[in-house]
Design a protein around this ligand. Structure first.
Ligand SMILES: Cc1ncc(COP(=O)(O)O)c(C=O)c1O
Length: 432
């Protein structure tokens, strides 16, 4: 198996994307992983890595969780169909019901990737409300398909792909006046919001903004769409982050860990009355569709994920989050390289600031094309690799280290990470 993987790593460079391989190598990322152990990744030299990125949010219970594997094996050992030619999948039905029990939403659409769920939400809004305009918040990341990318923060994920979907307009972050203006527009179909903007630095909307957003969308008619792809499924200590909002959004999207980290699965959830306004007759019932929507294997993974993610686990995230906040604060809160720590549950951003020294620049690191971008985040990541931790910076804010360990991470492991981070920052500070 190791030979197969090694060949695959080499072939990736040739047949998939040489720049991704070069980036991983250049940054010293330990990416030659060959196995998993107790939810961690293990490389070819038998070094164990704790994934404090939880596989970009996909590995809620650590890598290759036994309970999800068992459920998938049990399904594969049976003889029930995996694909329902009629489109009426009993597995989708069961998963829709379980999601209803947890969230209250009584209409679900399933897909594979997160962006597909966002697309479904955008199309639902235009079709149900019968208006064209969709607003989103500056700094957003909703995925890379054409609908979602029209809501992308400016930069490499967006700029070279225009022209973008028309009538999709940006709102400045936390700007109440701009919110009021857009809410007054009779052409507005929806406002799409991430409860916490992870890629822009684990940024929170103000309470005041959320209140106005919830009230304004309820009275003016546009749908309130919460993209919970990063924040949902227990990540911040509630099943959905929007449970802390003044009202339930009209639509939410879920993805990433919904398939237990083993199978791609995403969902758009809404209320039946909204769904029916868009698709409630024979002519339109399947107007938005995807061949593999509701396939049995993905839904089995989804059902097993929900079973694992019971209320006790979700509540434990609140306690762990409080402990993690305290530990981070104690260990690195006063570091001269840290300007702020913010987040909730097991989703945290460490805002970093580099001293004015050439060592802390991409020019010095030999990557002049990235000059102008903060290098400090990648330097911290590199130190953490050496200590056995995988982390990442935020996609739109490279000076923010994002931390989102598996929900099963123990208190002792959270405390040990905070110490490792303190050591990493100390080492870097002494460089100058
Ligand atoms: C908030 C949010 N929405 C949507 C997406 C897109 O999901 P996917 O990459 O599965 O298409 C992401 C991906 O990171 C995300 O963070």
């Amino acid at each position: 198996m190791e030979a197969f993987l090694q060949q695959g790593y080499d072939d990736f460079r040739t047949f998939i994307n040489p720049w991704v391989a070069a980036r991983a190598e250049f940054s010293g990322e330990p990416f030659h992983m060959v196995s998993t152990r107790n939810g961690c990744l293990v490389d070819a030299d038998d070094r164990v890595y704790r994934d404090f990125l939880a596989g970009w949010g996909t590995q809620l219970f650590g890598h290759r969780p036994a309970a999800i594997e068992q459920a998938l094996r049990a399904y594969l050992d049976g003889t029930t169909p995996s694909f329902y030619t009629s489109g009426v999948s009993p597995y989708a039905g069961q998963l829709g019901k379980r999601l209803h029990d947890r969230t209250g939403y009584d209409a679900a659409y399933f897909a594979s990737g997160g962006a597909e769920a966002v697309e479904a939400a955008m199309k639902l809004a235009r079709a149900a409300i019968g208006r064209p305009r969709i607003a989103y918040v500056e700094g957003a990341y909703h995925g890379c398909t054409y609908g979602s990318v029209a809501m992308m923060h400016h930069g490499p994920y967006r700029d070279s792909f225009g022209p973008h979907l028309p009538q999709v307009d940006v709102l400045p972050f936390n700007d109440l006046a701009a919110l009021d203006t857009v809410l007054a527009d009779p052409h507005l179909a929806a406002i799409v919001v991430e409860p916490i903007q992870v890629e822009s630095g684990v940024r929170m909307h103000s309470e005041h903004y959320l209140q106005r957003l919830c009230k304004g969308t309820a009275t003016q008619g546009p749908l309130l769409i919460a993209d919970e792809i990063q924040t949902g499924l227990g990540r911040t200590g509630q099943f959905l982050r929007s449970e802390t909002w003044p009202r339930q959004p009209d639509v939410i999207t879920l993805a990433k860990a919904l398939g237990g980290g083993l199978i791609p699965l995403s969902a758009m959830l809404t209320r039946r009355d909204i769904f029916d306004r868009a698709y409630g007759n024979f002519a339109l019932a399947e107007a938005h569709a995807s061949t593999f929507s509701g396939n049995a294997l993905a839904c089995v993974a989804g059902l097993a994920t929900l079973e694992q993610l019971n209320d006790t686990v979700v509540a434990s995230v609140r306690n762990k989050g409080e402990l993690f906040r305290e530990r981070l604060q104690q260990a690195v809160g006063s570091s001269p390289l840290v300007s702020a720590i913010h987040g909730s549950g097991l989703l945290w951003g460490i805002e970093l600031q580099a001293p004015d020294h050439p060592y802390f620049s991409f020019d010095y690191l030999g990557l002049p094309e990235l000059s102008g971008q903060p290098a400090i985040g990648l330097m911290v990541m590199h130190q953490l690799y050496k200590a056995g931790y995988l982390t990442q910076v935020c996609g739109h804010a490279w000076h923010v280290l994002r931390l989102q360990p598996p929900l099963t991470t123990s208190d002792a492991e959270l405390a040990a990470f905070a110490q490792a981070l303190a050591h990493a920052l100390d080492t870097l500070w002494k460089l100058q």
